[in-house]
Design a protein around this ligand. Structure first.
Ligand SMILES: Cc1ncc(COP(=O)(O)O)c(C=O)c1O
Length: 433
């Protein structure tokens, strides 16, 4: 029988660069050909051949309720009936902003945009605008979207493709970007406009902040008058009801959100203190805009998701993720690998090797062992979809039942045994050869 994924791939590469509209979807880091998703429901995606996979990609964290949740799809359908975009304010924007303000400590105002990239770009512009300074500090291996100034030593797909940044980004664009190691508090000077950080890093695998790191950043920013930006595009409304500031007693000046608050549609948000946010146009001199910002379908989807997420959702995610992490660790180690399953609440990732990972240099050393592609393909063959890149997190959703999680661990046991023997023989899986 003809493999419909392969024939679609052959068409895709002719008309879409690399066959994908975002490099993380390509199989460049693991080898082989991507499956095309034809439909998805709950914890599962189905490819063009009708084959199902337990999906831990979940749109890289955009689907916390799982795919095609009926509360979200009916909110989307109802919103679409009322029109898809107007270019005038809507109630949905106010409701979503109010919900974010209600949930996150020290957020007074929210500006909705259409992606995480836009949120971080705007955050930097605002920080530079209010401080009158140019220099920004980011951390090695943290990914903040694909704007020029932040494409220096980024994680995620940039790391998976082995790029340090990107061709096409001018030296001048990154001349004011200082990249420093994660989990070390840099000494700032009074030319620093802002420090942007993933408060729990999830684009170099999952790397938690060590004790004192976030507190140290807050103190150092205060010392020199720089703005502290938490990029919570992944962690926001995923690790806790109000994001990481429910967990760590550190308050940034600005927050960037995305993913969960769009319910699977394109949304991002910049949020923060009123005195800063009021510097944005039209109130202030710092310009930012978007034709589809606060789109009514996207806000309806985001609101439908947030309405579901209460304390019990996070307890459920935590319990299942813990079981998954412990189960994966056990069976992968039993197969022979040295491995660590890094977990922060419902975010987890695999690090092969036995040293604990606290920064990007160590994460790269783990990835260089080259085991991930073997495990990835062995899981895919058995019907479990992990991200096709070693630096990405796994995203168990609320739709992953105990059965799904237990089955994943069972399948991982056989997958790890196969991966172990192929890795030792240095033989790529048949689907890749
Ligand atoms: C922490 C973080 N910030 C920003 C972004 C960029 O968001 P988007 O892909 O919506 O532009 C991402 C995307 O994965 C992210 O993980």
């Amino acid at each position: 029988m003809k493999d419909l994924n392969i024939s679609m791939w052959e068409r895709a590469v002719k008309v879409i660069p690399g066959g994908v509209n975002s490099p993380v979807r390509s199989f460049a880091a693991v080898g082989g050909t991507p499956y095309f998703v034809q439909r998805a429901k709950g914890a599962h995606v189905y490819d063009l051949n009708g084959r199902g996979y337990i999906d831990y990609v979940q749109s890289y964290g955009a689907s916390i309720l799982g795919h095609g949740d009926s509360r979200v799809t009916s909110a989307v359908a109802q919103a679409a009936e009322r029109g898809t975009t107007y270019g005038a304010p809507t109630e949905g924007e106010v409701l979503l902003a109010e919900e974010i303000v209600k949930r996150v400590r020290n957020v007074d105002m929210v500006r909705l945009v259409s992606s995480g990239t836009e949120a971080t770009m705007t955050a930097l512009r605002l920080a530079r605008g209010v401080t009158g300074r140019d220099k920004i500090v980011k951390f090695d291996g943290c990914y903040h979207g694909h704007s020029d100034q932040l494409l220096a030593s980024a994680g995620s797909g940039v790391a998976a493709l082995g790029l340090t940044g990107s061709t096409g980004v001018s030296q001048k664009s990154v001349a004011d970007t200082l990249v420093v190691p994660y989990n070390e508090v840099p000494v700032l000077d009074d030319e620093t406009a802002c420090v942007i950080v993933e408060p729990v890093a999830a684009n170099m695998g999952v790397v938690a902040p060590q004790d004192g790191f976030l507190e140290g950043l807050r103190q150092e920013c205060d010392r020199v008058g720089a703005i502290l930006i938490f990029d919570e595009v992944i962690t926001g409304f995923r690790v806790a009801k109000g994001g990481v500031t429910d967990i760590f007693d550190v308050t940034p000046d600005l927050f960037c959100f995305g993913k969960v608050i769009g319910g699977g549609l394109p949304v991002g948000a910049l949020a923060g203190r009123r005195d800063l946010m009021e510097e944005l146009a039209p109130l202030g001199p710092i310009y930012q805009a978007g034709t589809l910002s606060g789109n009514p379908i996207a806000t309806a989807a985001g609101l439908a998701v947030l309405e579901v997420l209460d304390e019990s959702s996070y307890a459920m995610l935590e319990g299942r993720s813990k079981f998954l992490a412990e189960g994966l660790h056990k069976v992968i180690a039993e197969a022979g690998f040295s491995v660590q399953v890094a977990r922060f609440g419902p975010l987890l990732s695999l690090f092969f090797g036995d040293s604990p990972i606290t920064n990007y240099e160590q994460a790269k050393q783990s990835v260089a062992l080259g085991a991930y592609p073997y495990f990835f393909h062995a899981m895919l063959q058995r019907g479990v979809a992990l991200a096709p890149g070693p630096y990405e997190a796994m995203f168990p959703s609320l739709a992953h039942s105990w059965d799904d999680i237990e089955l994943t661990v069972d399948l991982a046991s056989a997958a790890a045994a196969q991966a172990w023997s192929l890795w030792n023989a240095n033989e790529l899986p048949t689907s890749v050869r």
